[in-house]
Write a protein that binds this ligand. Structure first.
Ligand SMILES: [Zn+2]
Length: 365
């Protein structure tokens, strides 16, 4: 037995020629001939409290055959405007906070999953602070935050979490207070430290369900450190990179996709200039200003977070083995680089490429 409810983000209204119309979005709308008003009655009965069995009985009493009533409910569920619950849907105070997003996230089970998920965000600067705000808003309660920076005036033009009163405070302190204020029942652990060793990262991420790597200094080395720690702990991870005109992201899923070191070795195989680039960045220790402004940072982090929500709630999404690029002007998303899991990988394979010159350039320990 299930309890059915119409999605609350969809308007239902009479339409021309005795039809009933569900929704108004340009790409998601249903128009159903309803000369007898049976569909309208059926949709009204889908209130989350009545069971599917009771709804069918009511429709049969109104003169509809059992087969038609059951068929109509199946169609509504499969098409999407009606969602099913295992028990009667009674809204709690917490669900009131979640209103709106429940419909997007396909009902309560996913909301509960997000609430119990443990997520670590490495870096609380531009990328990390925005990820944390999104995670808080969609209901993730268990978060760990790592950063060693303090809030500076130059952050305020784009890092929405911080304001003038926060100048000089540790970012992790401000961020954990933000989450505590925004998420009922949140549990936040903050680590005000610079990450330089695999062992430190491992002990922080241990027990997490996902890790977001939004720290990019030192270049390549930070991603390698996080990657190694996450692979050792068997935790999937997301990596974000920004450029002036585009944002990039990729996910690494242990046992499923290649890892960061697979990507680096593959990039080195493909392009002779790759190692030169790594060498230059490492040797020059160039610390450029951020290429992002407020809207591009918002676009990039929102895009990445939307993809992550799809990843954790939609089991059919193709994942990993591609660096995805979001063009900030056209909003087109395309893979810019693909790779596969390498059997010889120093981190996720048989260590066959342990002598690769790249690992001397960007060593981790
Ligand atoms: Zn690998």
């Amino acid at each position: 037995m299930e309890f059915l409810r119409t999605r609350r983000d969809l308007p239902i209204y009479p339409w021309r020629n005795n039809q009933i119309r569900i929704a108004a979005d340009d790409n998601e709308v249903w128009e159903i001939p309803d000369p007898d008003g049976h569909w309208q009655r059926l949709l009204q009965l889908c209130d989350g409290i009545q069971s599917d069995v009771a709804i069918v009985q009511t429709m049969v009493a109104a003169g509809v055959s059992t087969e038609d009533a059951e068929g109509a409910l199946t169609q509504l569920r499969e098409a999407g405007p009606v969602v099913a619950f295992k028990s009667p849907y009674v809204e709690s105070a917490d669900d009131e906070r979640a209103r709106g997003k429940l419909e997007h996230l396909d009902a309560l089970a996913i909301q509960r999953r997000l609430e119990t998920m443990r997520v670590t965000v490495i870096g609380a600067g531009g990328g990390g602070s925005h990820f944390l705000m999104h995670l808080a808003a969609i209901g993730v309660r268990h978060m760990r935050i790592v950063d060693y920076d303090r809030v500076e005036v130059s952050n305020l033009n784009r890092q929405w979490m911080y304001d003038i009163d926060h100048i000089g405070y540790a970012k992790v302190k401000v961020a954990s207070e933000y989450i505590s204020r925004h998420v009922a029942g949140s549990q936040v652990q903050s680590f005000n430290q610079k990450l330089e060793r695999v062992a430190d990262i491992q002990s922080i991420v241990r027990g997490s369900d996902w890790v977001f790597c939004a720290a990019d200094e030192p270049p390549y080395q930070m991603q390698r450190l996080v990657n190694y720690a996450c692979m050792a702990e068997g935790i999937p991870s997301v990596y974000a990179f920004s450029q002036r005109q585009s944002g990039r992201m990729m996910e690494v899923i242990p046992g499923v996709t290649g890892c960061i070191d697979c990507l680096l070795a593959t990039s080195d195989d493909r392009s002779p200039s790759f190692r030169q680039l790594v060498t230059s960045l490492v040797l020059n220790q160039f610390q450029p200003d951020t290429p992002l402004i407020s809207p591009t940072l918002g676009l990039m982090t929102s895009w990445i977070m939307k993809r992550w929500v799809d990843l954790v709630t939609g089991p059919d999404l193709a994942r990993g083995n591609a660096v995805l690029r979001l063009d900030f002007s056209t909003l087109a998303v395309a893979p810019v680089s693909t790779w596969i899991r390498r059997p010889d990988c120093v981190t996720c394979g048989d260590h066959g490429n342990a002598d690769h010159a790249l690992w001397q350039l960007v060593p981790i320990a």
